[in-house]
Ligand binder design. Sequence first.
Ligand SMILES: C[S@@+](CC[C@H](N)C(=O)[O-])C[C@H]1O[C@@H](n2cnc3c(N)ncnc32)[C@H](O)[C@@H]1O
Length: 440
Amino acid sequence: MADARPPRSPARPRSARPDRTPGGPEPLGTAPRRAALRLLDAVLRRGEPLESALAHATRALAGGPDRGLAHAIAAETLRWLPDLDALIDSATRQRLPDDAKARSALRIALAQALGLGTPPHAAIATVLPLVDGGPRKLVHGVFGTLMRGEAKLPEVPTLPAAVAERWRSNWGNDVAAAAARAIAAPPPIDLSYADAAKVLPDATSLASAHARVPAGSDVAALPGYDAGEWWVQDLAASIPARLIGRGTGTALDLCAAPGGKTLQLAAAGWQVTAVEMSESRAVRLRENSERTGLSFEIAIADVLKWSPDAPAQAVLVDAPCSATGIFRRHPDVLHRAHGGIVAEMALLQARILERAATWIAPGGTLVYATCSLEPEEGEAQIERFLRDHPDFSIRAPVDGELPAGIAAEPEGWVRTLPGMLETVGGCDGFFVARVERASA
Ligand SMILES: C[S@@+](CC[C@H](N)C(=O)[O-])C[C@H]1O[C@@H](n2cnc3c(N)ncnc32)[C@H](O)[C@@H]1O
């Protein structure tokens, strides 16, 4: 590559040969790195969610552990992307283009060596075959320079510039700084229980029917898994159904899959119809119903075309959104969810809300939620909705309805932000508003 400075006397990490004969056997462990490279390409070039790209990018891998490794490498790279790029730029004379294969290969080699604790010689030996016939010497040299210089990642990851600017301007510097701290490692795992009496006795519990277990726990080994007593659901994601509460009437869960909120509503006694447009995601609804023994109707339909037979007492709109609030577990959103996506999602949310408003019985409740940290998908939606629908008004949460440590905003809605509950593991960024239709 002509545009990068060859390092001074490149180091040769143990067992990595920059001049390996092309076509020779590939070092063991290269296949998951190749899949990680494909995953990065899917997220950064095509804007695909990491989880959606997983099946295709890892289809050639032999088994679960290799797939898990490819996912872990890609996710770690996305957590630290601006910092990895800064290191790469510090060791090249001319900046490598963002989409250069050499940059991608270096990103995943460095993410492993500096983030995942992979021995440097293994990190580079398994990555060099990915640039065979290309900038192999450059990649090897830059990596060697950085390792010799004892390169390190900072203690706190750097947010991508556009995200940092947006969140600082919307929520302030402290929230943006807390978001950066929250990217450093995967968060703890929250479980929602159908029966509050069955919550694991030793676990941290921040709300009724909630347990929090450490990140990386083998959830399938936890008590109650086989019996379907609980499902994985972030604490903030459990708030929308908490605000609907218990009831025996009809509830519509629009945009329902994979179904965490549908299960909560069914467990709270409602006769639920779960509406989901994606057939493949609706399979998860069915599986979750079978696993937990909680029953509800499923309608596979687009809510922009579907209508219920009769108005419902409760309607939950967990609208499709930019998903920037779930960046801790899905760091790809930090690099995909730009302003255009937020604007597109905000339009869709407004259309869904308009339809949902017509399906609520007098005196009934509508809960609107998004896992987004963008006010256009939260506060602005509900402000506009209330302006356009004078027969609806906010019903603020009362004592005991929200998890410990989370309070309603003065306007009566709930906004969870990075930094909240930080000392006990944090929570996702969510917006939740409960509005009630006036009685006839
Ligand atoms: C935020 S997720 C829902 C998460 C879910 N409520 C839960 O708690 O597990 C949004 C869902 O809405 C679905 N969706 C998007 N647009 C839709 C539409 N027009 N009609 C029905 N479902 C839609 C997506 O396929 C996705 O499954």
